[in-house]
Design a protein around this ligand. Sequence first.
Ligand code: SF4
Length: 130
Amino acid sequence: MACNRRRFLRNGLALLSAVPVASALQRTGVGSVLTPSLAHAQVKTALSLEHPQAKALGYVHDASKVDTAKFPKRAGAEGAKQLCSNCQLLVQTDMKVEGEDGTWGKCALFTDGLVNVNGWCNSWVLKAGM
Ligand code: SF4
């Protein structure tokens, strides 16, 4: 009986002492290394061209197909240099989309899918330092 009570107290104290450590690790970001995070559940599909915001901004996976009459920002020699790959809003690159060729990345504007590094939209802004 006394042995069970001692074991119960010891296990309870060990559990209680682990809680602040786990939450401290989580706050510092170390916890994300130790535990599965949402990063593992990242979207790995291409952004749909039917996405309302993508449509409104004229996003295309291939910047050479931009309708420059509708989006004159990408017209001309200077416009032709605008790609997702040199856009400030591309926050992560070197990603792959299953079943698609090319290199893809994560745009800060779109959480529902990846953009192609050779894509473009009307929110393009030159990456700092380029
Ligand atoms: S904001 Fe930049 S990275 Fe995002 S889709 Fe538009 S051009 Fe590409």
